[in-house]
Design a binder for this molecule. Structure first.
Ligand SMILES: [Zn+2]
Ligand SMILES: [Zn+2]
Ligand SMILES: [Zn+2]
Ligand SMILES: [Zn+2]
Length: 285
C-alpha cells in the first residue's frame, strides 16, 4: 500500500504521478536533490501517456537561506492573510483561536486580496506589514494552531504524490453549489473536503504513506494533499507531479480554469514558504 505500488495504480486505472525531483525542506538544507529512486515500467508508461506541456523544472535551490530576502529590505507581496502569521498558535488560556480550523472560510477565502509592503523579520521566518496591509485596517494577525501548522508539512515533504479518487466522490455528485454558498457565507461545512490549492471540492487525495516520524500525527496515511478536478490533472499532466513547480507558477487570480483564483493559504504549501521557514526555525530552538 505504499506510494511505489504502481501496479495498483495500473490496475485501477489511476494516474500515477512520477516521483518529484524536489527534496523535502529539511534535506534541502544540507544536500542536493536525490536522483529518482526508481522508475518502474508502469510509471514510465504512465508518464509517456501524460501530456507534458512544459519541461521538467530545474532542481530547486539547495538552501532555503538563499531564497530568503535580506533582512531589513521591504518587498511587496500579494496576500489574503494578515502578517505576521502566528504559527503553532496555542493561547495560554486554552481557547482555540485558530483561523484555519474554526469552521470559518479564512483558510480558503481569506481577507481581501491586497498588495502589501512587508519587511522580513527574525531570520526570514515572518513578515511584518509595513504599508497597505490588513494590520493597518485593524485585522489581527492570522493565527494557525499547532495541528494546522504541522499537518501541512507532510504535503510539503511528500516524496511522490500518488493521487487516487476519494472514495465516494466518483459515484455521487458533489454538492458544489451548497459548499460554495456556505463558503461565501463564511463557513466550511464539515462534510466538504476542499482542494488544497483552489476553492473547489476535492475529488482526489494523495495515498502515499508517510514515514511514521510521530511528528505530524499522520502515521500510515496519505500526505494530506487533496485536489479538485482541475488541479489534479494540472499537477499530473502539466507539472509532471511536481507540486512545488506548480505552486511556484500559479498566481492567485481569476482564470478560466479557476474562476475563484487560489486558496488564501496556498502559499503555505511552498517549500520555501513562511510555514516551512517557521517549522524549520522552531525545530532548531
Ligand atoms: Zn506508477
Ligand atoms: Zn487550526
Ligand atoms: Zn503526497
Ligand atoms: Zn483545485
Amino acid at each position: 500500500m505504499s506510494g511505489d505500488d504502481c501496479t495498483a495504480c495500473e490496475m485501477v486505472g489511476n494516474i500515477c504521478i512520477p516521483e518529484q525531483t524536489t527534496t523535502p525542506p529539511k534535506a534541502s538544507m544540507t544536500a542536493p536533490a536525490r536522483p529518482q529512486k526508481r522508475a518502474s515500467a508502469e510509471c514510465a508508461r504512465t508518464r509517456e501517456e501524460t501530456p507534458t506541456k512544459r519541461p521538467k523544472p530545474a532542481l530547486r535551490k539547495a538552501k532555503v537561506e538563499a531564497q530568503r530576502a535580506p533582512p531589513g529590505n521591504t518587498t511587496t507581496i500579494i496576500t489574503k492573510l494578515c502578517h505576521p502569521i502566528i504559527f503553532n498558535n496555542e493561547p495560554a488560556d486554552g481557547t482555540n483561536t485558530c483561523n484555519f480550523c474554526d469552521g470559518s472560510s479564512m483558510a480558503i477565502l481569506g481577507l481581501e486580496q491586497k498588495a502589501v509592503q512587508v519587511i522580513a523579520w527574525e531570520n526570514g521566518r515572518g513578515l511584518r506589514e509595513v504599508s497597505g496591509g490588513h494590520k493597518a485596517e485593524g485585522h489581527p494577525s492570522t493565527r494557525v494552531c499547532t495541528p494546522c501548522t504541522m499537518q501541512r508539512m507532510p504535503i510539503i515533504m511528500c516524496s511522490k504524490h500518488v493521487l487516487l479518487p476519494i472514495p465516494g466522490t466518483a459515484s455521487r455528485i458533489l454538492d458544489a453549489d451548497g459548499a460554495l454558498t456556505a463558503l461565501f457565507a463564511g463557513e466550511i461545512r464539515k462534510k466538504d473536503r476542499w482542494c488544497s490549492i483552489c476553492p473547489a471540492l476535492a475529488s482526489y487525495e494523495c495515498e502515499t504513506a508517510q514515514e511514521d516520524t510521530g511528528a505530524f500525527g499522520t502515521e500510515g496515511r496519505g500526505c494530506g494533499l487533496q485536489l479538485c478536478e482541475t488541479c489534479m490533472p494540472s499537477l499530473a499532466g502539466v507539472y509532471d507531479g511536481d507540486l512545488q513547480a506548480m505552486l511556484g507558477e500559479l498566481t492567485d487570480e481569476s482564470s478560466n480554469e479557476r474562476p475563484l483564483g487560489l486558496r488564501a493559504d496556498f502559499e503555505l504549501l511552498k517549500q520555501d514558504g513562511l510555514l516551512t521557514r517557521y517549522v524549520l526555525w522552531a525545530s532548531e530552538q
